[in-house]
Write a protein that binds this ligand. Structure first.
Ligand SMILES: [Zn+2]
Length: 248
């Protein structure tokens, strides 16, 4: 079978047998794939640096029935400082889990890979005024890319454009003052939270990193969007709980 050569990020890793490792990659050419890195846990394996979690590397592999088989890998960017800061590491782990949750095997998106690369770089190198804003932007942009973006401009139930005061997970978007009373649980939405959600959705990440945000507003958006995404994908995102535990 022909070798595949592609760049990608290691989004999951687990030890396998004595000396091997199974990794999940989010690649440019084939999207999400599962691969085996043989002998990588042996001393001085040339694959070690390029196959660790968070690494952005160029991979050469043989496609396989269950796993691709990594033949060569060269590290492009390790995002090493993420490992020295628990808060950043928890956010970056959540970024990887979002990718894993949104994509099935052999599905991917080059623009999303590029976006995640920027986010990991900004987190790793302290290049953003708000680390949380980068992650909230990714949550929102991923829902847009996958056609499950919440409705923001009108009440999801009656279509009213006024008094949009709540956000309902089950109704996929904002609700007006009247409709929220007839529905089950919904989040209270201030005008500031709503306008920042729309800003984070539509603004390029390079501009987002240069702006200051109210931390409480961004935290609120992250909580709601994590709940929304978990509900839409029917998946529990464990790394978000870990991040929240650090912030209690
Ligand atoms: Zn309504």
């Amino acid at each position: 079978m022909a070798l595949v050569k592609t760049k990608g990020i290691v989004i999951r890793e687990q030890p396998f047998q004595e000396q091997d490792k199974i990794i999940t990659l989010f690649t440019e050419e084939e999207g999400k794939i599962k691969a085996i890195a043989k002998g990588v846990r042996r001393n001085r394996s040339p694959l070690v640096a390029a196959t660790q979690l968070f690494a952005y590397s160029e991979f050469v592999y043989y496609p396989g029935k269950n796993f691709a088989n990594i033949n060569q890998a060269s590290l492009i960017q390790s995002f090493y400082p993420l490992r020295n800061d628990l808060m950043k590491m928890s956010l970056a782990s959540y970024v990887l889990e979002l990718l894993d949750a949104f994509y099935d095997y052999y599905q991917g998106n080059k623009a999303v890979l590029r976006l995640v690369n920027f986010i990991l770089f900004y987190l790793s190198e302290d290049k953003s005024q708000s680390n949380e804003a980068l992650v909230a932007a990714l949550q929102l942009k991923l829902t847009e890319v996958h056609g499950i973006r919440p409705v923001f401009d009108t009440c999801a139930l009656c279509g009213s454009t006024e008094h949009l005061t709540h956000f309902s997970i089950e109704n996929n978007g904002v609700l007006c003052e009247n409709c929220h009373r007839t529905e089950g649980y919904s989040y209270r939405l201030t005008p500031e939270v709503l306008s920042e959600m729309v800003y984070l959705l539509v603004t390029p990440i390079k501009a987002i990193r240069q702006r200051a945000f109210d931390p409480a507003v961004v935290r609120r958006i992250m909580d709601m969007m994590n709940h929304y995404i978990s509900y839409q994908l029917a998946k529990n995102l464990k790394t978000y709980d870990f991040y929240r535990d650090l912030n209690l």
